[in-house]
Design a protein around this ligand. Sequence first.
Ligand code: NAD
Length: 295
Amino acid sequence: MTRIAFIGLGNMGGPMAANLVKAGHQVSGFDLSEESVKAAAETGVTPAATLAAAVHDKACVITMLPKGEHVASVWTALAGLVSPGTLLIDCSTIDVESARQAHGLAARGDCPSLDAPVSGGTTGAAAATLTFMVGGSDEAFAAGQPILEAMGRKIVHCGADGAGQAAKICNNMILGISMIGVSEAFVLAEKLGLSHQALYDVASTSSGQCWSLTTYCPVPGPVPTSPANNDYRPGFAAALMSKDLKLSQDAARQSGAVTPIGALASDLYAEFENNGHGLEDFSAIVRMLRDRPGR
Ligand code: NAD
């Protein structure tokens, strides 16, 4: 049993904290939203009224927050609140640079730290089947692994500080590009008089096979569990995909990597979000592509 503080009890953090409780850890939780704290309390998390109260006397602090700026502000505050040796783990999806700065803040307070973003969405968070992509020292990883195992099925040590975030944005750049590719193929098939099912039956067993097709198929029918069959309710919201693609392009600029298709995917998801579709599942981009005027 480890004494853990969980900061950020939203769509992902709420069920993740609940799984830590189920695994026998003693978990206190804090969120700016009182509603989220109340919901977490119903799953056995001890509610805290402030960040300071949540992290007091804990061996580990986990953050699951929207963006890099939120992580920077909470980790800066943690520096004055936790004792040396406290393990700090950030599971949010943020840019690599902010993740490395957070590791720097932790090191100044003599705290081991990990960036540990996740894949698997809210269903994976609820079922404790998340994949964790982890960056940090071998010692910090060894300390964090048993805690992360209570929330996930696969825990991958990707390398040094920031490597977890690097793996996450590279993976999600593949995902955004492949979803647009699969969507374009269905739109082309429609124009050519080919049924969705026929394209699916061929591509899912041919070289076009990929997760965006066989798990998250962007048209209703071939994969009954995909969000397309549920009026594109997320799932994984288009706004989050847009955020991750922007992060991939920031990283590409900073590192000098050439990612022209990633840049185009980022522009298309930004347009989709700006047109008011950020809360739809990211596979709904097929509707924007279908509705575009022809060449
Ligand atoms: P969310 O908005 O549901 O939850 C974030 C929570 O953080 C909110 O409850 C908010 O009140 C809280 N918060 C913000 N600032 C805070 C502060 N200073 N102190 C305490 N609490 C604060 O978001 P989410 O869907 O849970 O996503 C969290 C992170 O996980 C994001 O970085 C997202 O990109 C990533 N992620 C989400 C999914 C998904 O499917 N939702 C999948 C993988 C990764």
